[in-house]
Every structure is written in structure tokens, then in C-alpha cells.
Design a protein around this ligand. Structure first.
Ligand code: C5P
Length: 299
């Protein structure tokens, strides 16, 4: 079995407080994008992982941890395309795909609850990747409400090339930077019907056919916001330079993804995304719909 593990961006990420267990409470709208790692599994008694970035093939790789969690062996081969420790959920997406490959290869028939439970044990971002597409993510990351797919949007990812630890960014976040709990302006929506996002309502009835490319814009998106952007910027000034480069190249809106350091900039069209990517040395990509994000292929 094999599949593609798509990257994610956070269209919104609001931290509302710190929990007694040390994690932070968040409200986030996550979206898979078409940049993906490749992962294949051949069932076997022994457990092994081959990766084209050899330093990632260690015992603590989330793919191996997923297999150990389900008590199964197999030969995994991982082709990395997503920048490592970039805020794009690369390792988390690999872990969720490993769970789905193991389930399919061994006919485990895990229930949705068992999938999400296993995913949450592997990391806060992993449950989202069980669903993919567009989703509202709450709690520590374990509460996932799938939302209807958004229309296609193009964007450019720009990574400063320096890994940034998620724990460090959360550690740098100050309580006065938390978003007021509920309903938060970006997740609950103000005046543009974004309350649908917060409630997970079916927006399909009002989305209709796509407007012409030139008129397609952030109109269909929730208002972009990320509580972690300020602390990440304090830790890594190169993030600010990436922001400036994307804005100077013509991105309409720019935001840090997750805890960074990858920054994404929205583009008006596919051609615009490739132009901005060329100018900034970034990666042009587009939203990946749920069906695309979770499909598996037999060998
Ligand atoms: O769950 P995961 O291992 O991916 O989280 C990495 C680190 O990020 C945690 O150790 C914690 O410091 C921080 N974190 C957090 N609140 C979350 C998710 C992650 O504080 N909701």
C-alpha cells in the first residue's frame, strides 16, 4: 500500500489559554495543501523505515511510533518533500498516513474513534490528518470537526530553512497574547458569515460555482490570524524577512503556518503563485481537497 501525506497550513490558529497538562488550548482552521511526502508499506514481521533524508529514519520517527502503537511490523519507505520542522505538519501527516496504511494492509478496521485516539497519542497535529481537507481543530488538537472543502486557492510557501521547535514557540507565548476564549472574532466570524466556520456548518449550499479566477480571493476564506506569529517572530527574525519578500512579490495576505517557521502568502491565481514562487524562491501550491488528501493506492 502507498499514499501521499499532504502538508497543512493553519488558516487561523488562536491560542485561548494554557491547560493544567502544560499543553495549550487552541482553535484552528487547518487546510491540507498539495505539497506531499510519499509513504509506502510492505507488510512484514520486522519493522523498518527507509527515508531519503537518512537522519529522519531513527527509532523516534512518528511512522515507526505509529506502527509500534498498533503492534504491527512492516517495511516503510518515506520520500520527504515537506520541509522538516517547518510548521507544515510533515511528520504528523506521515504518522496519520502510517496509521491508515497499517489499517488497510492488515484489515484492522479501526473505528473513527480508534483512529483519532491513536493519532492523538502520536502528536497534537496528527488527528487533523486523519480527516484532511478543511477542518476546525480544537482542544489540544484532538477535537477535529471536518468542514466542507474550500474552493481552490493558490498560495506560496516560504521556509527560512531553519527548524523552529514548536515547544520553544509555545514557551515564548505570553498570556496577554492569548485570544479571548469564545467566541473568538476570527473563528466565530464577524459580518461575513464566518460563524459557519466555528459551528462546522455545511457551507456548500452558499458556496455555489467558483467566481472567475480574477475575482477569486480571500473572500471565501476565514480571516487569517495566528497567535503564534508574534512569539515566533521574536525567536526567529528570518520569518519577518520571508513575510516581507512575499508581500513585496505581490501576495495579498501573508501568515505564519502553525508554529513556523514556514510562512504562506495567498496568490490570486495559479500563474500568480508560480510568479511569486519564482521571485521569492518559494513553493507554489494549492489547497488539497479531503478526498485527494486521504486516498490510498494499492501497489
Ligand atoms: O503534541 P506535540 O508533541 O506535537 O507538541 C509539541 C509541543 O508543542 C508540546 O510539547 C507543547 O510544548 C507544545 N504544544 C502546546 N499546545 C498544543 C500543542 C503543542 O503547548 N496544543
Amino acid at each position: 500500500m502507498r499514499g501521499l501525506a499532504y502538508a497543512k497550513i493553519n488558516l487561523t490558529l488562536e491560542v485561548t489559554g494554557k491547560r493544567p497538562d502544560g499543553y495549550h488550548e487552541l482553535i484552528s482552521i487547518m487546510q491540507t495543501v498539495a505539497l506531499a511526502d510519499k509513504l509506502s508499506l510492505d507488510p512484514a514481521t520486522e519493522l523498518s523505515l527507509e527515508c531519503d533524508v537518512p537522519e529522519l529514519a531513527g527509532d523516534d520517527n512518528l511512522v515507526l511510533r505509529a506502527a509500534r502503537l498498533l503492534g504491527r511490523g512492516g517495511r516503510f519507505v518515506l520520500g520527504k518533500r515537506i520541509p522538516v520542522a517547518g510548521g507544515l505538519g510533515g511528520g504528523s501527516g506521515d504518522a496519520a498516513l502510517a496509521l491508515r496504511l497499517l489499517d488497510a494492509a492488515y484489515g484492522l478496521h479501526l473505528s473513527p474513534h480508534q483512529f483519532l485516539d491513536a493519532a492523538a497519542q502520536l502528536g497534537s497535529d496528527v488527528p487533523f490528518f486523519i480527516h484532511g481537507g478543511t477542518a476546525l481543530v480544537e482542544g489540544r488538537g484532538e477535537q477535529v470537526t471536518p468542514l466542507p472543502d474550500l474552493p481552490e486557492h493558490w498560495l506560496v510557501l516560504l521556509n527560512p530553512g531553519l527548524p523552529l521547535s514548536t515547544a520553544r514557540v509555545y514557551g515564548e507565548l505570553k498570556p496577554d497574547e492569548y485570544t479571548a476564549a469564545s467566541p473568538s472574532p476570527a473563528a466565530a466570524g464577524e459580518g461575513r458569515g464566518e460563524g459557519a466556520w466555528r459551528r462546522g456548518d455545511d457551507r456548500a449550499s452558499r458556496s455555489g460555482p467558483l467566481p472567475p479566477a480574477g475575482e477569486r480571493s480571500e473572500h471565501d476564506l476565514p480571516r487569517l490570524v495566528n497567535t503564534l506569529e508574534a512569539p515566533a517572530l521574536r525567536l526567529e527574525p528570518a520569518i519577518g524577512e520571508c513575510r516581507e519578500r512575499l508581500l513585496a512579490a505581490g501576495s495579498s495576505q501573508v501568515l505564519l503556518s502553525g508554529s513556523g517557521p514556514t510562512v504562506f502568502g495567498l496568490a490570486a491565481s495559479e500563474a500568480d503563485a508560480y510568479r511569486i514562487a519564482k521571485q521569492t524562491d518559494g513553493i507554489a501550491t494549492c489547497f488539497a481537497r479531503r478526498k485527494q488528501a486521504i486516498q490510498l493506492q494499492p501497489d
